[in-house]
Ligand binder design. Structure first.
Ligand SMILES: CC(C)(COP(=O)(O)OP(=O)(O)OC[C@H]1O[C@@H](n2cnc3c(N)ncnc32)[C@H](O)[C@@H]1OP(=O)(O)O)[C@@H](O)C(=O)NCCC(=O)NCCS
Length: 264
């Protein structure tokens, strides 16, 4: 039995046009039991991330090039323009919006998130962490995707490994549906400093521009790491800062820096 959007009604999520195997995996991840999803599952009311064409849209990558359409997700290979700074010497990542959630992808994201955190990245945890500590956070993201509140953008390297992610997420406030959050922006440590972070944000921006009624991307980053400079290099502007809002450790409070990218 095939579950998911292609089965007609089984799953509300944009990326879960799933086979039995994928449906089973998701059900285990999201609800902690191995049964397949019931066809009556519906997303709760609230803001959804819909494309301007009225259905989930996949579009990413700041450049065109090789494009692969598999079910509802689309993949673009970024063809980076020469930047004159050495970035173009590196193989670009292949970005996919709304990839099918497979065990390989789940494990790849867990590895990425764990490695990034343990290398000092500011993605919700402090090192040292294990995959098991990260896992509930990823499951929450999957659940949010099922509810159509979140869209996953993933970058794979030339060896097919998960190398970068970002989640485009609506917020629950009915008066704030005209902008989205960007969460969990990360590039694997082995790929950092090669321009992939900028490509990732360009792909996220491209995707956000296809979403119905979305006029800005907002994100929050941890102060003290220079991340404002990274986001500024991608066009974001600092619009707010809550001093000491993030307690990384006792005696180590960091600012919560709010960055905004208007799309209009
Ligand atoms: C932040 C991150 C996504 C940037 O990705 P990246 O691939 O290393 O960045 P790029 O190579 O595309 O760099 C783009 C620009 O930002 C700058 N930059 C990147 N990371 C930076 C940092 N931490 N501090 C200051 N500047 C930074 C680069 O120097 C470059 O500027 P330049 O072109 O003027 O030299 C990546 O380093 C990462 O995953 N960090 C750990 C996770 C994390 O903290 N994420 C932020 C969550 S809010």
């Amino acid at each position: 039995m095939v579950l998911g959007a292609t089965a007609g009604k089984a799953l509300p999520g944009p990326s879960f046009r799933v086979t039995q195997v994928r449906g089973t995996v998701l059900e285990e991840e999201v609800h902690g039991r191995p049964e397949r999803l019931a066809p009556t599952v519906r997303p709760p009311p609230g803001p959804r991330l819909r494309s301007s064409r009225g259905h989930p849209q996949r579009c990413c990558g700041r450049t065109t090039g090789r494009r692969r359409t598999e079910g509802r997700s689309r993949t673009w290979k970024s063809r980076r323009k020469p930047l004159g700074n050495g970035y173009d010497r590196h193989m670009p990542l292949t970005f996919t919006l709304d990839p099918a959630i497979t065990p390989e992808l789940r494990d790849g994201i867990l590895d990425l998130w764990t490695d990034v955190t343990n290398a000092g990245g500011a993605v919700g945890f402090v090192p040292p962490v294990t995959r098991d500590e990260i896992r509930p956070g990823l499951v929450r993201q999957f659940a949010s995707m099922v509810e159509e509140r979140s869209r996953l953008l993933v970058g794979h390297d030339e060896e097919g490994r998960v190398a970068a992610t970002a989640f485009l997420t609506s917020n629950g406030h009915p008066l704030m549906t005209h902008w989205i959050w960007l969460y969990t922006v990360m590039v694997h440590p082995r790929h950092q400093g090669k321009g992939h972070g900028r490509d990732l944000l360009a792909a996220a921006e491209r995707a956000a521009r296809t979403l119905d009624g979305v006029e800005a991307i907002r994100l929050a980053c941890r102060g003290g790491l220079g991340l404002e400079r990274f986001y500024a290099s991608c066009g974001y502007k600092e619009v707010g800062r809550v001093p000491g809002a993030i307690r990384v450790a006792p005696g180590d409070d960091r600012d919560d820096v709010i960055m905004l990218l208007p799309l209009t």
